[in-house]
Design a protein around this ligand. Sequence first.
Ligand code: URA
Ligand code: SF4
Length: 214
Amino acid sequence: MGAEEWVPDRPTLPRLRAAVQECRGCELYRDATQGVMGDGSPDADLVLLGEQPGDQEDRAGEPFVGPAGQVLDDALDDAGLARDRVFLTNVVKHFRWSGTRGKRRIHQSPKQQHVAACRPWLEAELRLLRPRGVVLLGGTAGKALYGPSFKVGECRGRRLAWPEDRPVDVPPAWVLATTHPSAVLRARDQRQATYDGLVADLRLAVELLGQSAE
Ligand code: URA
Ligand code: SF4
């Protein structure tokens, strides 16, 4: 299991998008409509890393276009982060789901083995983008980089170092962890506080980008 053999030798972002449609690196392609690679400016200095495409992303072929994406858009706006400074992507490129509620297919978090199998796609994106910073949206993204004991609550709000056991040619200068925007949607009475926390973390990313530009 693993996506290596489907990743093009000389990738570009458009080539990755085409090639991921052929990937059979794990079984998730079977129940998904299409693979969803990241989206954003190739010159972005910040990568925002989510979990996997959801129901709407799977249909649209674009990351973060559903309800969680709306929350993220608002939070980026409130944090003063222009969309053309960020690149949005996920650690897993096909939608994992099981069962339906109405017309909506019910999201299931990817397993560790799916994250591991899909890693070559993310690595290819990072090699091309060479971002200065990476923001981890939620626990799945955190575990993908730092291993299964990672907890957002213990790490958020401070600058983390790129993990040594995930070598990339040009490691990002810093990593920040924050809550996943879908947690805002799930948090009933804590919704505003959860949203404010997400915005505060994104503001910190803006600050760190300012510092690492100097
Ligand atoms: N949640 C994610 O983690 N990624 C998406 O693209 C959409 C929802
Ligand atoms: Fe390949 Fe990743 Fe899709 Fe699995 S989830 S088939 S590894 S692109």
